[in-house]
Design a protein around this ligand. Structure first.
Ligand code: ZN
Length: 237
């Protein structure tokens, strides 16, 4: 144990102290703020980014038997939709539709399935007053199929929420760092330039502040022109 401690003390003693300037602190603050903000961003994305989908669950043809006059509904495959009507008096093509909403970015954090509905297209020549009978026949068939649902189903994805918050945390921190880097570059460059100018004036026994030739008053230590110190140490950059 003692050896371990002295080992770390040795590392601590021989390693150079890391100087943290204002920019490093700003980045740390941005990192923490991004962590706090990320759930709110995920929530906002869930409100704003909505993808609506329509899924056709079932295709139905409604027709009237020519002899009995009975209205009947028959399920057809999607491939057969463009095929000829094998039966007597076509009335309507009906689709059982399920609409859904997918919310959130970059991951889907919530989705909703709305109650299924019937999308009815009457065949040309079928009088509109037959619509009621068409719907009745189609909904009976749908009920038997068990594919329909009367209630909306909503679901929140917890894992997607956590992952999305993590992604936003990283993105916001990265954005803050990318804003800070050019500012830091400009500040460092201007400080270096300023130091170089002042150092060259000091080297020539001029006042670092106003460039007054101070060879005569070097012993006074102060510039007779502007009163600033002649031997000031330049800022460290
Ligand atoms: Zn001066």
């Amino acid at each position: 144990m003692r050896r371990v401690l002295s080992f770390f003390r040795e590392i601590d003693r021989t390693s150079r102290a890391v100087r943290r300037d204002g920019f490093d602190r700003a980045r740390s603050v941005a990192f923490v703020l991004a962590f706090i903000a990320s759930p709110f961003v995920v929530w906002e994305m869930q409100e704003r980014v909505v993808v609506r989908e329509r899924q056709d669950l079932m295709f139905i043809r409604v027709f009237r038997m020519s002899e009995s006059g009975e209205v009947k509904a028959q399920r057809v495959d999607a491939d057969d939709l463009n095929g000829p009507w094998a039966v007597f008096m076509p009335m309507a093509e009906v689709t059982l539709v399920e609409r859904s909403e997918w919310r959130g970015w970059p991951l889907t954090t919530a989705h909703t399935f709305e109650p299924t509905e019937l999308d009815v297209r009457l065949v040309a020549g079928c009088p509109p007053q037959e619509l009621g009978q068409v719907k009745l026949a189609a909904s009976r068939l749908v009920e038997r199929s068990g594919l329909s649902s009367a209630a909306a189903v909503s679901q929140t994805h917890v894992a997607a929420w956590i992952f999305s918050a993590g992604i936003w945390w990283m993105l916001l921190s990265l954005a803050a760092a990318m804003v800070l880097v050019p500012i830091k570059l400009v500040v460092t460059l201007s400080r270096r330039t300023r130091n170089a100018v002042r150092q060259s004036r000091i080297d020539r026994c001029h006042c670092p502040n106003c460039d007054y030739d101070a060879k005569q008053s070097i012993l006074m230590g102060r510039c007779p022109e502007c009163g600033s110190e002649l031997y000031e140490r330049p800022d460290r950059s």
